[in-house]
Ligand binder design. Structure first.
Ligand SMILES: Nc1ncnc2c1ncn2[C@@H]1O[C@H](COP(=O)(O)OP(=O)(O)OP(=O)(O)O)[C@@H](O)[C@H]1O
Length: 584
């Protein structure tokens, strides 16, 4: 119940729909129980007593209540769905909003497939319970209660004899529920694995194809798919096993009803119409009990789904605006790190240790070092993607925690090794950071990023729609669109993280040209493995194990016989070797 209480704010504002739905449900259920009563009157009064003049009013009355039931059913179903659908609309929006603002730390451990299934299958499970489960439970209670009352009214002894099998039915239903519940859970888990498998395969299709592992993937999918099939069949076996047993118990009740009820009719203690009415009323009690498992199952699934949704909604977001956030349209771009130390998790080793440096407005800072030395971490601290453990980071002399987050981040642009392009038009991708950019600005950004010419060669130019992975574009073209996006957003600080490592030499040359353009007037941080990419930097920071082990300009670092020179030697010796092998 705790879960439902915590999620109350999403469905309780729509309680009026629920109340309407329940109100009309009561009418529908009451009319359902009236059917056998009309049958009883028809048999006992019209047929047995020969009062044929009752037929027209009875027929008209029957049509009348059918119309009322039809209208009531419509309102009950529609308002029930309104309750469920509007509640989860709000819930889904809240979840999505939460996901947009959760820190990177959350995504470090999250699985895409799992998050997707929470936002779809779990939300849907919760909706189904709100729309159907709640009211079904109430319907069952009403149906059983009213049917019991009518049966008692007709004959107390026949009610007791007929329902003697009820406790057995309750035990079987309970056992069925115990067996079917874990079976359903297994189906959901297996479905989650199936989803993850497909999602991973599509995301990694390049790797699969380049290593010719299609058959391996097909076999692996076959295993997962087979597991899903088996889990479904197991559940189906449980249903198939228990349902005939439940129906059998129900039919034993019918035998009791006909034997004892028949005796009562013959002995004149019961009217034949009452016996017929009893028959219908009996199933009004049996069916809800048999289906109780289904409703209980809906409830426990909704509870499990609700818990999974709350895990997202309750996730802590430690990176938020301060009490009086400073909003600046444009920062100058003076960056200073003072003794900054970073640890990604509490017990992890320091990813950055006592980092201090100053980058003045418009300067270019190069970051170099082996993989895992902390280059990317430095840039991710500037945007507050993560918080440092100790130390201070200042931009334009103000602590970055004092800035409004979105104002801070919109002043810092990124071009990454593999930039992400959305499945929308090229124009929308370029103006993503500045949605109100005029077409001239977009074209100007593309020109400066050396992207305009190839965009114009595409059949739809700037309106060309891209697929998830920038369909139809080469690595270099995608990268230039990403650069155009950075130019369009016009940040005062620019971070180029391995921006040219994924492309060939020819493309790199073009991208370098584009980058020179985008770097003008901005403080730029270049993360690179190749010395050639950052040798013109105003300062180069050499990192090792999270520490700055050397700093200075290219020429000075080359004369120091330190780590930078070692990297240089390795890279340029290799080049010499390569050129020698080409000549020979
Ligand atoms: N999100 C994270 N969670 C936990 N540890 C992380 C995370 N990101 C980086 N690290 C760790 O922090 C250290 C520094 O990583 P970082 O990505 O900054 O290195 P890098 O120099 O940019 O490496 P590369 O050149 O390979 O990109 C590494 O030991 C890495 O394993």
């Amino acid at each position: 119940m705790e879960t439902f209480k915590k999620l109350k704010m999403y469905y309780w504002p729509y309680k009026h729909y629920f109340i309407w739905s329940i109100g009309f449900l009561i009418i529908v259920t009451a009319i359902t129980v009236v059917y056998p009563m009309i049958l009883q009157i028809t048999i006992d009064e019209v047929v047995v007593n020969g009062q044929y003049n009752w037929i027209p009013p009875l027929a008209l009355g029957f049509i009348g209540i059918m119309v009322i039931k039809g209208i009531a059913s419509f309102i009950y179903q529609y308002t029930g769905d309104l309750f469920g659908i509007t509640s989860v609309y709000k819930l889904r929006n809240a979840l999505y909003e939460k996901l947009q603002f959760l820190p990177f730390r959350y995504y470090d451990n999250a699985k895409t497939g799992d998050l997707m299934s929470r936002l779809t299958a779990d939300v849907e499970g919760f909706r189904f319970f709100l729309s159907v489960g709640f009211s079904e439970l109430i319907r069952f209670v009403l149906l059983i209660g009213i049917s019991f009352a009518v049966m008692f009214y007709y004959s107390m002894s026949l009610t007791i004899v007929t329902l003697i099998t009820l406790p057995f039915l309750a035990v079987v239903t309970f056992k069925f529920d115990k067996a079917v519940h874990p079976a359903f859970r297994n189906i959901r888990k297996s479905f989650g694995r199936l989803n993850t498998k497909v999602q991973e395969n599509i995301s990694g299709i390049n790797t699969v194809k380049s290593l010719s592992r299609e058959d391996f993937e097909i076999n692996k999918f076959n295993d997962t798919n087979g597991d899903y099939k088996d889990k479904y069949l197991q559940t189906s076996y449980i249903w198939a096993k228990y349902f005939p047993l439940m129906e059998f118990l129900g039919n034993i009740s019918v035998v009791f009803l006909l034997s004892y009820g028949g005796y009562l009719v013959i002995s004149g203690e019961l009217m034949p119409g009452e016996l017929v009415a009893f028959y219908s009323l009996l199933w009004y009690i049996m069916w809800p009990i048999m289906n109780l498992g289904f409703v209980v199952n809906l409830f426990s699934q909704a509870k499990a789904s609700g818990e999974r949704l709350l895990e997202i909604l309750d996730a802590e977001n430690e990176i938020v605006n301060g009490p009086a956030p400073i909003s600046k349209e444009r920062l100058n771009g003076d960056v200073e790190f003072r003794n900054v130390t970073l640890r990604y998790t509490e017990n992890a080793k320091e990813a950055l240790s006592k980092i201090s440096f100053t980058a003045c407005q418009g300067k270019m800072i190069g970051l170099i070092g082996s993989t895992g030395s902390g280059k990317t971490s430095i840039t991710q601290l500037m945007t507050r993607f993560y918080e440092p453990e100790t130390g201070e980071i200042l931009i334009d002399g103000i602590h970055i925690n004092e800035y409004d987050l979105s104002s801070l981040r919109s002043n810092i642009g990124f071009v990454l090794q593999e930039s992400f392009l959305f499945s929308s038009s090229i124009k929308a991708n370029i103006s993503y950071g500045k949605p109100d950019a005029a077409m001239e600005e977009i074209i100007d950004a593309a020109k400066r990023a050396q992207a305009h010419d190839f965009i114009m060669e595409l059949p739809d130019g700037y309106e060309t729609m891209l697929g998830e992975r920038g369909m139809g574009l080469s690595g270099g073209q995608k990268q230039r669109i990403a650069i155009a996006r950075a130019i369009c957003a016009d940040p005062s600080i620019l971070i180029l993280d391995d921006a040219t490592s994924a492309v060939d030499m020819e493309t790199e040359y073009q991208i370098q040209k584009a980058l020179k353009e985008v770097m003008k007037g901005r403080t730029t941080f270049i993360i690179a493995h190749r010395i050639s990419s950052l040798k013109h930097a105003d300062e180069i920071l050499v990192l090792e194990n999270g520490r700055i082990v050397e700093r200075g300009i290219h020429d000075r670092l080359l004369s120091q016989n330190g780590p930078y020179q070692r990297i240089y030697d390795i890279q340029y010796q290799d080049l010499e070797k390569i050129s020698k092998s080409h000549i020979s």
